[in-house]
Design a protein. Structure first.
Length: 127
């Protein structure tokens, strides 16, 4: 049970990253959806998907000291992009893009909660 929460968080990071790789990769390969695509958003999604699925998930799985800062950085990055989409691109952003970013934010918030709970539990055991 000691690192079960980290394993769950790592699987979530891998899944949400793989979904971003798939979504961003399709557009980068020329499979365009039937709505306006903001030019910088697919590369961002693809890059953060790779970082999430392969780097963050591995750090979280291993309970590495950089797992929490990495997760915070990814969540913060998604939050900033969501803020940009909701302000500067409010009239042109596709509802699907907002929904996908909302799902990423919710998933990374859950990952952060799991990591935080695990750290608190570990700290209590050391007392």
């Amino acid at each position: 049970m000691k690192f079960l929460l980290n394993k769950i968080a790592a699987v979530l990071a891998f899944i949400i990253g793989a979904m971003a790789i798939f979504a961003g990769g399709k557009v980068l390969l020329g499979v365009l959806p039937d709505y306006y695509v903001i030019s910088w958003l697919p590369p961002y999604n693809f890059l953060l998907g790779v970082i999430s699925a392969f780097f963050a998930a591995a750090l979280i799985w291993k309970n590495h000291p950089f797992a929490m800062p990495f997760a915070l950085a990814i969540f913060s990055s998604h939050a900033v992009v969501m803020l940009i989409l909701q302000t500067a691109y409010r009239h042109v952003v596709a509802p699907d893009s907002v929904a996908a970013m909302t799902a990423r934010l919710a998933t990374w918030l859950a990952i952060l909660a799991l990591l935080t709970y695990n750290r608190l539990a570990q700290a209590r055991r050391r007392m």
